[in-house]
Design a protein around this ligand. Structure first.
Ligand SMILES: Cc1cc2nc3c(=O)[nH]c(=O)nc-3n(C[C@H](O)[C@H](O)[C@H](O)COP(=O)(O)O)c2cc1C
Length: 158
């Protein structure tokens, strides 16, 4: 059985919730780990890896970029999916291309958005006011991207 891993960065817990849901729906066990604190030496154990983060003000977290740059050589030897949590349905590939090294973008079997949510109550005070202005209705704060999540599940199931 292939050993699979979802490695993620989540600033306010939304992407974490999404990848946990994906993990729970998989037919086979799949490890899930935040990039922060992940032991790089463990990468070699996996046969299939999904790596991603989320978008804030048009950028993915710098920790995701740094992790991918540091570990390009090992990541490029395995089936790889690059994913992004965001509200924008049009830009996932653009966000991915702006974050990951070209070698990994070219190598990845899947580049997809998994959608995102803005939960006002989970944001620090100053961000709440900004996000209430940018996303004034509850509808605008949820972007499910069922297709992207399904594609990521398929990738992880091999
Ligand atoms: C301050 C802030 C800025 C954001 N900027 C963008 C953006 O530029 N483009 C976008 O598609 N989504 C944007 N989002 C939506 C997030 O990508 C979405 O809430 C995502 O689910 C966050 O995941 P996380 O909680 O795991 O970090 C923004 C959210 C916040 C709170």
């Amino acid at each position: 059985m292939a050993k699979t891993l979802i490695l993620y960065f989540s600033s306010h817990g939304n992407t974490e919730k999404i990848v946990k849901e994906i993990q729970a729906q998989l037919r086979e066990p799949c490890d899930l780990a935040p990039i922060k604190g992940f032991k790089v030496s463990k990468l070699a154990e996996y046969d299939r890896i999904a790596l991603g983060g989320s978008i804030h003000a048009g950028r993915m977290q710098k920790q995701v970029k740094a992790f991918a740059e540091k570990n390009t050589s090992v990541l490029a030897t395995k089936p790889l999916a690059l994913f992004v949590g965001c509200l924008d349905k049009e830009k996932p590939v653009e966000y991915i291309e702006a974050t990951f090294p070209p070698e990994l973008v070219a190598h990845a079997t899947l580049k997809t958005g998994v959608g995102g949510d803005v939960v006002i109550e989970n944001l620090p005070g100053f961000m709440r006011m900004i996000m209430k202005k940018i996303t004034p209705t509850e509808d605008m704060r949820h972007s499910p991207n069922a297709e992207g999540r399904e594609a990521l599940k398929k990738f992880l199931e091999g």
